[in-house]
Write a protein that binds this ligand. Structure first.
Ligand SMILES: *Cc1c(COP(=O)(O)O)cnc(C)c1O
Length: 467
């Protein structure tokens, strides 16, 4: 045992080894040395525990440097990685929801690499507010009097309840007490904010009189929650926002707030997709406040947007929590650039990847899918193009099924699960769907460039199988 230990070369000698030298191209000297020392310690331990023999000893250096290389690779690897979304689910919460437009990416780069007027009023030469940077474009696209941005929509809901309804009552229909994404529960956020939840109606039916009867001196707010991720069908009834606006009008100081969830700025109904009203439409009906996400249908960065009455936004902006929940300059840069596309109209909208993906027609998908399979090795791959559907995802438009064309793919010697795993573990990771014995790819959520990466990955998988 001692002779094994003695025969481990000293660190300075190992550092002269060409294998050490070549690792210096991947990581700095200090890091590679640290990994080397760790690998030596590991081998020492193996020897001491008796888990070592002549055969292992013969390949000491090979084992050592293989371990160092693994450690160095691990160090240089990013944990947050690019993924190719072959699922067709556009706002895939696990895959980072919306991807940004090129304009948004450019603005993020510019703002990240340089100083900016984040809190400086260039015209006046004095201190400015980060809220001002984004407010005018937000009011332009929503038609609201005023607006403010916070970290995400969950933060928006929390800020609104805390700042405007703490220690008071908030009326919510039982049919709207939703849980979204397993971590956002209206009732829990409400409790955390100190507002008292007053549930009215039943799961399937809530009437106007339910709201009217629940209003007391302690009522601060009626809150309507968009049931983003589910749809109640059958014997149901909910109260229209117009009626709630009338109720609110009879009660001085009562606030009518709607958590829109996704909050469409573009009218997808024009294309017969979903029934989502636009934010501007909801506000024009007389709702006092709305909130919605930046990275759902809007197609921007993670953010929570609150829009509505000036006096209320002012109270929110002044609250300490607004400082806690504020967004950084890169978020503001991406959001402004994304919103600009909405100001510019139809053609520019096509540049927002989320909007473009939702609007991609079946015909367009069919062509994209055909171009994809035409590039696959016909001698190996078996495929079938089948009609199917893609989801909007992210708890948005749950009942909408976007007509899609799906590639059902089979390999002669790999199971669908094996294929799925190999694509998932490749670089970049490619995430697809599995259905029965088929690997299913929906190209709604891939760019042309990404389609090429998938083609190459499949070629490689096949080559690996042959060798
Ligand atoms: C998605 C959603 C939220 C949470 O929004 P985040 O931006 O993910 O924090 C809140 N309310 C509703 C109705 C939603 O759909």
């Amino acid at each position: 045992m001692n002779s094994y230990l003695r025969e481990i070369p000293p660190i300075h000698e190992l550092q002269q080894d060409p294998r050490f030298q070549s690792l210096l191209e991947e990581a700095p000297f200090g890091q590679v040395t640290k990994s080397l020392k760790e690998a030596v310690d590991q081998i020492r331990k193996e020897i001491l525990t008796g888990d070592w023999d002549q055969q292992k000893h013969q390949y000491l250096k090979e084992r050592l440097f293989a371990e160092v290389e693994t450690k160095v690779n691990e160090l240089s690897r990013y944990h947050l990685q690019r993924v190719i979304n072959g699922t067709g689910t556009i706002l895939h919460t696990n895959l980072g929801r919306a991807r940004l437009s090129e304009e948004a990416i450019r603005q993020v780069n510019l703002t990240a690499a340089n100083y900016s007027n984040l809190e400086y009023n260039i015209q006046k030469g004095s201190r400015g507010s980060r809220h001002d940077v984004i407010e005018s474009i937000l009011t332009e696209v929503t038609g609201a009097e005023a607006a403010i941005v916070v970290n995400n929509n969950a933060a928006a809901v929390y800020l609104i309840l805390k700042a405007l309804a703490s220690d008071q009552e908030v009326i919510v229909s039982r049919g709207q007490l939703v849980e979204i994404g397993g971590s956002f529960r209206v009732s829990s956020i409400m409790e955390e904010s100190g507002a008292k939840l007053v549930e009215v109606g039943t799961t399937n039916k809530t009437h106007l009189y339910d709201y009217e009867q629940a209003i007391t001196e302690d009522t601060a707010m009626i809150m309507k929650v968009h049931t983003s991720n589910f749809k109640t069908i059958g014997f149901t009834e909910s109260v229209d926002i117009e009626e709630l606006v009338d109720v609110r009008a009879k009660h001085e100081g009562l606030i009518l707030y709607e958590d829109l969830g996704s909050g469409a700025l573009y009218d997808f109904r024009k294309h017969h997709i979903g029934e989502e009203p636009t934010v501007a439409e909801v506000l024009s009906k007389g709702v006092d406040l709305v909130s919605f996400s930046g990275d759902k249908l809007l197609g921007g960065p993670q953010a929570g947007i609150i829009a509505g009455k000036k006096e209320l936004i002012k109270r929110l902006a002044k609250h300490q929590l607004a400082r806690v929940l504020r967004v950084d300059k890169m978020t503001l840069a991406a959001l402004e650039a994304t919103l600009k596309a909405y100001v510019y109209g139809e053609e520019a909208l096509n540049r927002i990847p989320v909007v473009r993906a939702v609007l991609t027609s079946e015909t367009e998908l069919k062509e994209r899918t055909q171009r994809f399979v035409d590039q696959l090795d016909q001698k190996v791959w078996q495929w079938q193009l089948e009609k199917g559907t893609s989801q909007v995802g992210g708890g948005t438009m749950p009942d909408v099924e976007l007509p899609s064309v799906l590639v059902h793919l089979r390999h002669p010697s790999l199971s669908a699960q094996q294929l799925f795993d190999r694509l998932r573990l490749g670089e970049p990771a490619i995430i697809c769907r599995l259905k029965d014995d088929d690997l299913v790819i929906d190209l709604r959520t891939t760019t042309e460039e990404e389609v090429q990466i998938v083609v190459q990955a499949l070629d490689q998988i096949n080559k690996d199988c042959l060798s």
